[in-house]
Design a protein around this ligand. Sequence first.
Ligand code: F6P
Length: 360
Amino acid sequence: MPVIKRIGVLTGGGDAPGLNAVIRAVVKSAHNQGLECVGLEDSFDGLIEPNRSRPLTPRDVTGILRIGGTILGTSNRGNPFAYPVATPEGKVDYSARVVEMFHALGLEALVVIGGDGTLAIAHKFFRLGIPLVGVPKTIDNDIVGTTSTFGFDTAVSFATDAIDRLHTTAQSHHRIMVAEVMGRYAGWIALHAGVGGGADVILIPEIPFDLEKAAAKISERDRWGARFSIVVVAEGATPVGGRVMITRAAQKGSVERLGGVGHFVGAELERLTGKETRVVVLGHLQRGGAPTSADRVLATRFGAKAVELVVNGQFGMMVANRPPDIVPVPFQDVVGRMKTVPLDCDLVTSARTLGVGFGD
Ligand code: F6P
């Protein structure tokens, strides 16, 4: 097995709290095992455009553990496989340039930190011969093979705190307060923040909602004396027979932009219950700020494990949380799949037992 001396690291997809903690862990672990690290900027752009990479030493990453975002920059556009370019030899896509640049930079392995889209791209580069290891990132927690991803705990903590604050006005003014949270295809944030924040109705993409049922739940609360209600809705939740609400259609290189379901739900619940209603969209606030200690710990363990896999020559793997261990999982078991909320999981069942409505 060839001894690896120089590795690249990049962050792709939407930012998530804990990215810097992974970068720090990768750089420090690598350095302590005699490996040089090169940081690649703005996802795979760092392997497409010249001068978009820089050496990373422990000195470059000291102090970034607690800082949100990514010092390397990121992008959720620009899949190198999606952009054909004309060359004298015919049409090629940017993937050929990525492979070329990887070698030109003297890299021998790559650590790719990203969500499902970035990991799918990484898998393709692995099949093209780049030795690489993946680190799962997303506040949505929807990557299969790992019980959790860093960023999720921070997003849930923020959303729970926001719901706590909404309780104040809900209770004082006897209103319905609707909080729209992130979660395109999976309702993990809505479910955890909803239960953690004591929501009365939680609407998630996995359970198409009927607002008459949600309104009935709220009116029932009114009857026994709770004159306010908290509703948490995931941005990707849909009405029965409907589809996701969007603010912008998909464009070349980017997916559709979700938005609007919170206001739709708020207006309908006000009409159906006759109760004054307000809506708050938490949006990117959930992705910002410092990672929680749980996310810092998970990100650090992921980064250290990724370097261990590189040193052991275990490529084509994603590091995954399988408590109490961090384990390697082959890319082919992960990419192209999504971890949604199982409808019979304990958290849904427990919430239902307490009387939480899911709009079904
Ligand atoms: O996947 C993470 C996520 O925050 C989703 O929950 C959300 O729909 C999406 O990214 C938003 O992406 P952007 O920042 O590109 O609008």
